[in-house]
Design a protein around this ligand. Sequence first.
Ligand SMILES: C[S@@+](CC[C@H](N)C(=O)[O-])C[C@H]1O[C@@H](n2cnc3c(N)ncnc32)[C@H](O)[C@@H]1O
Length: 409
Amino acid sequence: MAEYTVHKLGQLGDGVIDDPMGEIFAPFTLPGERIEGDVERGRIAAAKIIEPVADRIKPACKHFKICGGCSMQHASDELLATWKVDKTKEALSLAGLTPVFRPIITSPPQSRRRATFAAKRTKKGAMVGFHGRASDTIVEITECPVSDPALMAGMDAFAQFARLGTSRKAVLRISATTSLHGLDVKIENGKELSPTEIAQFAQIASAYKILRLMWNDDVIAQSDPPSQAMGAAQVVPPSGAFLQATDAGEAALVSTVLEIVGNAKRVTDLFAGCGTFALPIASQAAVHAVEGERPMMDALNAGWRNAGGLHDVRVETRDLFRRPLMIDEFKKVDAVVIDPPRAGAASQIAELAKSDVARIAFVSCNPATFARDARVLVDGGYELDWVQVIDQFLWNPHVELVAQFTKQK
Ligand SMILES: C[S@@+](CC[C@H](N)C(=O)[O-])C[C@H]1O[C@@H](n2cnc3c(N)ncnc32)[C@H](O)[C@@H]1O
């Protein structure tokens, strides 16, 4: 076994050794640490830490390292915060941009409101957990310091669904989301259920405050609607629809977006989802919300109508990759919010860059595509005023951010 010093963290949070033979990746190690281990295909899978650094901390969860959910519980909050901001700065600097960064905002433990569990039948009954690190095996979990306790409270029900609703080898994929009054659960890969089984599952759902239970392609139980608060409105998202990962993260994103939008009277919200930004903005401005998924637009529209008292919200289902809003469609718009998926929004940004919209709130979950798109806006005459990193993915390499762009007429 050879000894090495870890130089930095890679994009996915593994320690990286700059070896003369090429980079070596060592999971669960930190910059500055002396480690020992065997290199296999550029990796030291199980490094022994000879000299730890002060930023190494005791993991919060007993399942850490085996469970694939978290990869960074061995690092201090300060190290993770600096690393996430630096990763974002680095991506922007590669695009020639060096904006001001505001201090990072990080969601607390036990705040993740969505999780995808795996469950299967066993000889003794059933097991529920998360997939193991880079593997298909299920790691049975009894605690999860990341997840909202309300999510974990569903685990007994998930085990019962696995015991009663799977064939011997099948693995259930269970997507659970907290809502205002109970859980919203979508289960895939289950066997076909008889009417008696459906009634039994509905009883289990009711006992565990699962408000909506979707089994394969059908809602098989629904008591109250699984509503989400969005500004002054309540929205019932389609089962499994995108929502921000934590309430705290969403609140920080919304208040930052509202600050950028300022006193704009006409706002366009692109990649609007179910209305995370459109509905809070509608308390003060008319909104044109555009999104590719019709069921999400329908949910937003229903939430807006039921709320009453909000400014006009016009929804449009549109594929913004193929049919971006054109420059003419921004003529009477004071501010744009854009929150694309990880791929970014190349074709939409190309049009937006040519516009005279005074203020843009850009929300992104991928610093690399954000940097590419930000460059196009800056080349189109926009100023990148500042970037705010908002970390909703504790102990995980994911980064989320909001940035303010402005253009003087
Ligand atoms: C990161 S989510 C943001 C959603 C919303 N802004 C929120 O915060 O809840 C990205 C959204 O883009 C939508 N989307 C993905 N590809 C799209 C496309 N080609 N055209 C329009 N919308 C798309 C997804 O359905 C999803 O709702």
